[in-house]
Design a protein. Structure first.
Length: 493
């Protein structure tokens, strides 16, 4: 046990220090600024300029997103303090993850888990790739997870009835805000209601249920009124992500595959946590954490039944797994050593993975600089730029013509006429440039632009009217055929 405790204490110092290095480096280089993060920031840009949920097609160009608004509303608001949208988003993401880990510690301490187990669980939350993605990218998963967890934490409240009532209503506010950050983040609220219902705490369950549902209604009403009704129409078209019944039935396999491919460290905690949760639930069916684990497991499985779901959706499941692992091990002396060993091994493996990630981060080019250099050579002739990553256009201070190329493909698969404006601009060279993030001449690129992004006749129209101008890092710039300069590659600094 002493060896395990040494590992826990050592990684409790190393992991935050290493992640701080990754955060600082990412602020400078924007290493992980993918098209998804670009879409979040484009939503924030629109909000700052008075538009909540641009229409699927309108004067600004093409919209379409499955994102709920709290993260990009806060990002847009904070940009007035921090100057740039991306800096505001990254600071918000980092603050959310820090509060998430602290919330895990406070929750376990409220449940009378020892200081060391609570500390180990908080650090264990950080070592998974899904948490680090929330830390380093401009999207709302970390914010939603944090608000959800603090809602649960406040429901584990003091026994004084008056004080408990105050915590309950504050928890309802946090659950409502978690919903405003991410549509699917309702499992914390559902878990508390189930736990209290099984424990015959009906009065508290009714109070929390009514208060939270009222909060949900307020969120949806604000979205409807703030967008002029556009939000619901957009969700109707985009929410399914282009999925099918067959794909939905494969959801458990999709979840396991995502964890194996992108976040194997998470599985070190998830697999034993499932066994621990089953064992503990049989003995104590009213306890909140086993119920929470299984509700999150079920909800996450359902989420993976939608196409376009990536491993960032594993964050809540990882948090739930770590919590039940630490809680069960602290409550049962027979498995305390096993549980401590699992957490210690997970921390060591995760810490080693962070060291490697930080090493690779140093060698990666600056995406911020690449995007800026890509824009420098595009002629400013008044025509918009069609960028696969909206952040490319945001770098110039202009609204992106296309919010999300994946959702454009989903929407135009359902309603082909919706894409007529974009196809027409391509055919008539209505864009000053087309900036892509994969080489459309490669086999992988051809498949990507046929089946994932843009779709339709995109490659044919691009090839007929545009040709390769130059590349900067992973930015491939195509210019109208009559005006393109000699083909060249601009090296990254």
């Amino acid at each position: 046990m002493r060896l395990y405790f040494t590992a826990i204490l050592g990684t409790s110092i190393l992991v935050p220090a290493l992640l701080l290095g990754r955060v600082v480096l990412n602020l400078r280089k924007l290493t992980y600024m993918s098209y998804i993060e670009g879409a979040w920031l484009a939503g924030a840009f629109d909000f700052v300029h008075g538009v909540l949920y641009r229409p699927l097609f309108g004067p600004l160009g093409y919209g379409g997103t499955r994102f709920f608004p709290l993260y990009f509303v806060l990002t847009g608001t904070l940009s007035k303090i921090f100057g740039r949208l991306e800096n505001a988003g990254l600071i918000l993401s980092a603050a959310s993850v820090i509060l998430l880990t602290y919330g895990c510690f406070v929750l376990l301490r409220r449940l009378e888990v020892t200081f060391l187990f609570s500390l180990a669980a908080a650090i264990a939350v950080l070592v998974a790739a899904t948490t680090q993605e929330a830390l380093l990218q401009t999207k709302g998963d970390g914010l939603a997870a944090m608000l959800n967890l603090w809602g649960i934490t406040l429901c584990v409240s003091p026994k004084d009835d008056k004080e408990k009532r105050g915590w309950l209503y504050l928890a309802a506010v946090l659950f409502s805000l978690a919903f405003a950050a991410k549509l699917t983040t309702v499992f914390g609220f559902a878990s508390v209601i189930l736990s209290w219902a099984v424990g015959r705490r009906y009065k508290e369950a009714w109070r929390l249920g009514l208060a939270t549902c009222f909060g949900y209604v307020l969120v949806l009403s604000a979205m409807y009124l703030g967008s002029g009704g556009r939000a619901f129409e957009i969700f109707r078209v985009c929410a399914g992500g282009g999925g099918s019944l067959t794909y939905a039935l494969e959801a458990p396999l999709q979840l396991i595959g995502a964890a194996l491919q992108y976040d194997p460290v998470m599985l070190i905690f998830l697999v034993p946590a499932t066994a621990f949760a089953l064992s503990y639930f049989r003995k104590f069916p009213t306890e909140i954490l086993p119920i929470y684990f299984f509700v999150v497991l079920l909800a996450t499985t359902v989420i993976f039944g939608s196409r376009g779901t990536l491993f960032n959706h594993l964050i809540d499941l990882h948090v739930a797994a770590v919590l039940i692992l630490a809680y069960s091990a602290s409550r049962n002396s027979a498995i305390a050593e096993i549980g401590t060993g699992i957490i210690a091994v997970g921390l060591l493996v995760g810490c080693a993975n962070i060291v490697m990630s930080l090493y690779y981060d140093f060698g990666k080019p600056s995406v911020r600089a690449d995007m800026q250099r890509a824009l420098e050579n595009i002629p400013a002739d008044g025509r918009p730029v069609l960028a696969e990553n909206s952040f490319v256009t945001l770098q110039s201070g202009k609204a992106p013509y296309l919010l999300d190329p994946y959702m454009f493909r989903v929407a135009t698969d359902k309603y082909p006429a919706m894409g007529a404006e974009l196809w027409g601009k391509l055919s008539h060279q209505g864009f000053a440039a087309v900036v892509l993030q994969q080489d459309p001449g490669s086999e992988a690129g051809k498949k990507w632009y046929k089946e994932v992004h843009f779709g339709g006749e995109f490659l044919q129209d691009l090839d007929a009217n545009y040709s390769f101008g130059y590349s900067v890092g992973q930015q491939y710039v195509y210019l109208p055929k009559q005006t393109q300069p000699d083909r060249k590659q601009i090296s990254s600094p």
